[in-house]
Design a protein around this ligand. Sequence first.
Ligand code: COA
Ligand code: AMP
Length: 635
Amino acid sequence: MSNYNTDYQNSIKNPNAFWLEQAQQIEWFTSPPQGLTQNELGLYRWFEGGKLNTCHLALDYHVANGRAEQLAVIYDSPVTNTIRKITYRELRDEVALFAGVLKGLGIEKGDRVVIYMPMILQTVVAMLACARIGAVHSVVFGGFAARELAIRIDDARPKLILAASGGIEVSKKIHYKPIIDAAIEQAEHQPENVIVYQRPEMEANMQKGRDLDWEELMVDAEMTDCVPVDATDPLYILYTSGTTGKPKGIVRDNGGHAVAMKYSMKAVYGVNSGDVYWAASDVGWVVGHSYIVYAPLIHGCTTILFEGKPIKTPDAGTFWRVIAEHKVKTLFTAPTAIRAIKKEDSGGELLKKYDISSLQYLFLAGERCDVATYNWAKDLLGVPVIDHWWQTESGWAMLANMAGYPLHETKPGSATKPVCGYDVRILRSDNTEAEPNEEGSVVIKLPLPPSCLPTLWEDDIRFIESYLMPFEDYYFSGDGGYKDKDGYVFITGRMDDVINVAGHRLSTADMEEVVASHSAVAECAVTGIADELRGQVPVGFVVLKQGVAISEDELQAELVQMVRKEVGAVACFKQVAIAERLPKTRSGKILRKIMRYIADGKAYQMPSTIENPDVLEEVVEVMKRREIGVFRGLS
Ligand code: COA
Ligand code: AMP
């Protein structure tokens, strides 16, 4: 790894040779006889014919190759005042035992298992135990409400749900079991069992016959070996927000994923085996899957599992404490976390208490990183701050300043250049390439590199329609952006109705479904507007049914509760405004983007298709009255 340009060109011109070479960095039960293949629909697969096991790579391989006594995971939980360190051997044994529990319940290769658990060691055990026996896990983020969980249960049709009695949000206890019970009641598909890990901090009520106690099952369990799976067999399904209320089941295969995870640790993050690596995310998101669990373990690192927040647990120095205490080399988090720390401790006073000299890089992703946050972090920490761009769909970075090579000069606001394997282009709507600095759709020329989604769970058609049909021969990311004359790519934001709230990807369409179900609402639009801390937050605009009398504040209070209950508190849906009319095209499509631009104080072009241009003045008045976006304090 010496020259980015040479390696990048090789990866694009000859992807088969490039990735087959990378595939040699992991241990296969049967080496892949080929790189890329295409199925009858023309969809690409990586390493067909190869056999491996992802849990073997993450644990057993290291136990057999000199890392048995090295720490695999450091669980650091300021919310429970616990630090627990577990070696590769201990984790392997725990996982092998729990895999025995799963096997004992009849879970087999290909069966789906939904995991609804917080940031505790047992969650990592649950994921790896599924991988060990070839079961397909689907982790659902603990901040999602029962309805969201039910939708995912119906789509994945799990035999089993793995749960914990609850999560701890700063000091608030979130009881998970009532949410799971409600979800199973709402779902059509009924899992056979629910295994519950009872946390000492809170106890879940158990339903006789269906619910089983994690620790009781472990007492009699027998260790189970890794089951060889095909490279193209799914490792997991992770649901992510799309443009409709129905989330997309992103499929991750075993072979491509393992190869990309291993490759990325050195090439993207500059990390060596044995280093301490920390992704301060949640296992419910793709960053957690890839960089709390799989990549650091496959690479033989010590990974940090942090159950806390960047602030309030107990203060804005908590990240610096973790880095100092565990000698973290690489921190990966979302810009929102840095903004939260900056807001509480802008002078960096709390940093002075800690020696963070082990830190070599700060990586940021999950949302656009504003220049002020980027500069603040760089000046405070004195290490390279690397903004990199990726999605649940890819599972790893698509744009980055790759730390495995001499770093490029950075340009704040840009996630730098394409990662090896990604031919990133900016296209106009007519499929032609945009000029330097001209904004367009960010796309990737096919084939995508390993780990990227081969399809959506049991829905090839939706995969093709969502990602491949918008631009022939390209994968459409859903993001807009531009490339400058030096090839640096700037991501400007989503082009669809997906929003990013504190680095959490959410669908406004999903929230609209909930808002529209209120008996007073005739029609509505939910749009994401800029927010200083969270990057974006949703705002609801509602047209009332004729003759309905309800005050704006009363309606807001009811809708806020409904979205919390149906989608989850994590949506941060807090503002509602009543409007007489909504801006629409002549074909009836609500112009949400224009409403967002108005709220953000951005210039916009009046679309020629708008049906009622004069309604925009009304929208401005509504925003002023409700103090929305740039109109805060201007009413
Ligand atoms: N389970 C249950 N509830 C959850 C939850 C979870 N896993 N995660 C968040 N919530 C709830 C919170 O308790 C809060 O509820 P409230 O409205 O009753 O207070 C709500 O969802 C919003 O949560 P959050 O956005 O985390 O707000 P916060 O004020 O507690 O913290 C930040 C603000 C900026 C510190 C926090 O959002 C943060 O750390 N963001 C970075 C996110 C990140 O790392 N993303 C990684 C993706 S790569
Ligand atoms: P998720 O699938 O949750 O990882 O969210 C992916 C989306 O987050 C992308 O489509 C982008 O809109 C946004 N995103 C992620 N990383 C970045 C980044 N570095 N810069 C700008 N946007 C980003």
